[in-house]
Design a protein around this ligand. Structure first.
Ligand code: ATP
Ligand code: MG
Length: 566
């Protein structure tokens, strides 16, 4: 039977596009755009928008532009442009030659503004920002017209030209659309179209000292680029009448339509560049690409794959109403992807020395280990075994509680790919800490099976002490302690103080010494771990925990701890 290509899920925007195509709107053309403002790094919420916009273009044989919405020179930087491009590319999308900048349209936008002034639909207002706010009215009260609202076309043209020429100071006047000061939608009460900002722009330098506002720029950029479906998040629903007003009152080269979809919200996560930048600048994290950050670059460093992120975006779908997605769905997506792809290896994070008393002192055996039981094509490798090994401290209890089936005095367990061992002796220091175990092994159980058919209840991972190497492993936990970090106002109040734990002296199997940055492994029984791209050195990898495996015992422990507390 031929494999059926999995169809990407439908959504209301696809339905709209299908209808438009059926009606031969835009001559059957579908053109979308992803319009980031280069004022920070992209986050997983942006990934939703990227997958949607580029995905629709792919599916309907259309195009998707990458457009930098760079109209606020105070906050925008070239390094953000570069980071955004890297992230979109990494997610697997190609904008080809279609890289655009709103700032490339500044001349045309200026001409459009002049056109509005000439038709009596825009005026220069000399009220202060504060006065404009007071004049705007409220939801229940209409606004008051500015005393400058009825300036003549000639005077407006003259003043706007002077604004552009730098004759006025920041904030002394603005260009406003002349719409309706009593409009029920406050955004339609003569919105500002241009303001004076005497700041250098990262692309246009000092050519301009007036900059167009989002609502004026966005729709016109869409029209200039021939965008057909301009997709944005729900907060912009109120801006749609203005989007339409601008396009309906100017001679534009094409007539795009705006559609709004629900933004992605995730539990235990902040998705707002304005807030993420505070975490970076105030040092709560080590940078935009800190593996705890929900940024694309943070997720990449953490070990997330583009496939996992794209699958996640498919899974959450595109809806018309806002909701909050459980962050565990994101974790599920990466586990699912890595389960198929990540080679299994053995690593001991908190080592406990085990001496196998009846194993020959100088012997090393190379035991065969399976690289990925999910994928036989990934083959096998040799793992050295010798008399002294390390196991996890957590895998031994001197006084095992009920349901703890791992190693304990007198108990026999399996060492993965190796032998059955039995704990004979526990060596403790003077404070009672367990420092070493003495065990015996059964030579008949090589490979991990007893010829007499006897069973053991646990299989432990291990590394050979002589062959293992020491490495740093960085364990990450959620950055926020609450599902909604903003529930009580300040999200910084619920930053998790234990979101990063650095373990030194972890013991890793020798095959990992050559692992290169970005490579991802499953440490058996522990989780997925990725070689860090910042701290690793040749032959000295540092590992980030991408995500843990679900550990049944840890769950029992947690439940018990909770019970004790209450
Ligand atoms: P932020 O709130 O993080 O600053 P933004 O909307 O200001 O986001 P932009 O760079 O303007 O950031 O966003 C580019 C595109 O990504 C926009 O079309 C925006 O609607 C979309 N986007 C931003 N955040 C999300 C989100 N959480 N879910 C879905 N789409 C998003
Ligand atoms: Mg925005």
């Amino acid at each position: 039977m031929a494999a059926v290509e999995p169809k990407r899920p439908s959504n209301f925007i696809k339905t709209i596009i299908e209808q438009d195509l059926a009606n031969n709107l835009n001559n059957g053309r579908v053109a979308t755009r992803f319009p980031p403002e280069p004022n920070g790094f992209l986050h997983i919420g942006h990934a939703k928008s990227i997958c949607l916009n580029f995905g629709l273009a792919e599916e309907f044989n259309g195009t998707c532009n990458l457009r930098f919405d760079d109209t606020n020179p105070a906050k925008e930087e070239t390094r953000y442009v570069e980071a955004i491009k890297e992230d979109v590319r990494w997610l697997g999308y190609d904008w080809g030659q279609r890289e655009f900048y709103a700032s490339d349209y500044f001349d045309r936008l200026y001409d459009f503004a002049v056109e509005l002034i000439k038709s009596g639909k825009a005026y220069v207002d000399s009220l202060s920002a504060e006065e404009i706010r007071q004049f705007r009215g409220t939801l229940t009260e209409p606004g008051k017209p500015s005393p400058y609202r009825n300036r003549s076309v000639e005077e407006n043209l003259e003043l706007f030209q002077q604004m552009q020429a730098g004759k006025f100071e920041d904030g002394s006047c603005v260009l406003r659309a002349k719409i309706d000061m009593a409009h029920p939608n406050l955004l339609m009460r003569d919105p500002t179209l241009y303001r004076i900002r005497k700041i250098s722009h990262h692309r246009t330098g000092d050519k301009w000292c007036i900059y167009p506002m989002y609502d004026f720029t966005h729709c016109l950029s869409d029209a200039i680029e021939g965008i057909t479906h301009s997709l944005c998040t729900l907060e912009f629903e109120n801006n749609r009448p203005l989007y339409d007003w601008v396009l309906d009152n100017l001679e534009v080269p094409s007539r795009p339509r705006q559609y709004e979809f629900a933004r992605l919200n995730l539990t235990y996560t902040i998705l707002s560049k304005r807030k993420l930048i505070q975490l970076v600048e105030e040092g709560h994290v080590e940078g935009w690409d800190d593996p705890r950050m929900p940024t694309i670059s943070g997720l990449r460093r953490r070990g997330y794959t583009p496939e996992a992120i794209r699958n996640f975006c498919d899974r959450i779908g595109v809806a018309k109403a806002n909701s909050v997605v459980d962050v565990s769905l994101l974790e599920y997506s990466i586990r699912e992807d890595l389960n198929r792809r990540a080679p299994r290896v053995m690593a001991v994070l908190k080592p406990l020395k085990v001496v196998i008393a009846n194993y020959p002192e100088d012997l090393t055996e190379d035991l065969e280990a399976i690289n990925n039981p999910e994928d036989p094509a990934m083959g096998t490798r040799k793992v050295p075994f010798s008399r002294t090994i390390y196991i996890e401290q957590d895998d031994f209890r001197i006084d095992p509680p009920r349901k703890f089936f791992r190693l304990a005095p007198g108990r026999e367990v399996r060492l993965r790919y190796a032998y059955f061992i039995t704990c004979q002796n526990v060596i403790q220091d003077k404070d009672g800490n367990i420092v070493e175990l003495h065990c015996t092994y059964d030579p008949e159980t090589r490979g991990g099976n007893a010829p007499d058919g006897r069973k053991v209840k646990a299989t432990l991972h291990w590394v050979s002490a002589r062959h293992a190497f020491d490495a740093q492993v960085r364990l990450y936990d959620r950055l926020f302690l609450k599902p909604d970090p903003e529930a009580d106002g300040d999200f910084k109040q619920c930053i998790n103080p234990d979101s990063l734990k650095i373990l030194e002296g972890c013991k890793l199997e020798p095959s990992l010494a050559e692992a290169s940055p970005g490579q991802i492994y499953q440490f058996e029984r522990l989780g997925y771990f990725c070689v860090d791209s910042k701290y690793s050195q040749t032959g000295r990898p540092v590992f980030n925990r991408t995500v843990s495996l679900r550990d049944a015992w840890a769950k029992i422990e947690k439940a018990r701890a909770k019970q004790k507390k209450s």
